[in-house]
Design a protein around this ligand. Structure first.
Ligand SMILES: *[C@@H]1O[C@H](CO)[C@@H](O)[C@H](O)[C@H]1NC(C)=O
Ligand SMILES: *[C@@H]1O[C@H](CO)[C@@H](O)[C@H](O)[C@H]1NC(C)=O
Ligand SMILES: *[C@@H]1O[C@H](CO)[C@@H](O)[C@H](O)[C@H]1NC(C)=O
Length: 181
C-alpha cells in the first residue's frame, strides 16, 4: 500500500518539460564528494566541481580501477533537504553489468541519461582503467521530470565485491516562477 503510494507519487512527477519551462529551471551541482575505501583497488585522481556561471556548474571525475571489475552493484539513494537530508523516494540497488546490457532499470536510466554523453562509462562489463566524467553539467530537459524546488543529495554507493566506493552528488533544482510567466 505504502510502496504503491510512493510509486504513484513518483509517476506523478513525470511531467515532460516544455522548452519555455526549461529556460526557467535551474538544475545544477552544489557538491561532489568521492571516497574509495580500498585505494589498492580504485583511486580518484580527480573529483571536482567548477562553477562556469551562476546557473551552470561542471563536474569532473577521473577514477582509476586498478583490477578488472566483472561485477558492479550500485546502491542509489536520493535525499531531499528539509532540516537536514531526509530519504526521498529512491532507494534501490542496480546491477550495473546487467544495466549496461539491457537498460533494465528505469530509475538508473534517468541518472545514466544525464551523464553518459560526458563519460567513457558507456559500455558493458568488465570495467578497468580510467573512468572519466568530463565537463558534465545537468540539463533539465534530459531529466524528463519536474522535481519539487529544493536541494537534493544523490548518494551512489558502488560495490565491487568486497571493495566499495562512494560518490555523493548534491544538486539543486529550482523552478523560477518569475521567468516562467
Ligand atoms: C583491496 O583491493 C585489492 C585488489 O583487489 C585486494 O587484493 C585487497 O585484498 C583489498 N583489501 C581489502 C582490505 O579488502
Ligand atoms: C586520468 O588520470 C590519470 C592519472 O592521473 C591520467 O594519466 C589520465 O590522463 C587522466 N585521464 C583524463 C582523461 O584526464
Ligand atoms: C563511449 O565513450 C567513448 C569516449 O567518450 C567514445 O569514444 C565511444 O564512442 C563511446 N561508446 C559508445 C558506445 O557510446
Amino acid at each position: 500500500m505504502r510502496s504503491a503510494l510512493m510509486l504513484c507519487t513518483f509517476v506523478g512527477l513525470f511531467i515532460i518539460l516544455n522548452l519555455s519551462a526549461n529556460d526557467a529551471v535551474v538544475f545544477k551541482f552544489t557538491n561532489f564528494v568521492c571516497e574509495s575505501y580500498n585505494k589498492s583497488f580504485i583511486v580518484f585522481n580527480n573529483c571536482r566541481l567548477k562553477a562556469i556561471n551562476r546557473n551552470k556548474v561542471i563536474l569532473n571525475m577521473n577514477a582509476t580501477i586498478l583490477h578488472t571489475a566483472n561485477a558492479v552493484t550500485m546502491h542509489c539513494k536520493l535525499f531531499k533537504k528539509a532540516n537536514g537530508f531526509k530519504p526521498w523516494i529512491i532507494d534501490r540497488s542496480v546491477d550495473i553489468c546487467r544495466y549496461m546490457r539491457t537498460g533494465y532499470d528505469p530509475y538508473f536510466k534517468i541518472v545514466f541519461g544525464l551523464f553518459h554523453d560526458f563519460s567513457n562509462i558507456n559500455h558493458t562489463c568488465p570495467f578497468v582503467g580510467h573512468q572519466i566524467l568530463k565537463d558534465f553539467y545537468l540539463r533539465p530537459e534530459l531529466l524528463g521530470l519536474l522535481l519539487p524546488t529544493g536541494d537534493y543529495l544523490l548518494a551512489l554507493h558502488w560495490i565491487f565485491g568486497k571493495n566499495t566506493v562512494d560518490t555523493n552528488v548534491s544538486f539543486s533544482f529550482v523552478e523560477d516562477l518569475l521567468k516562467s510567466k
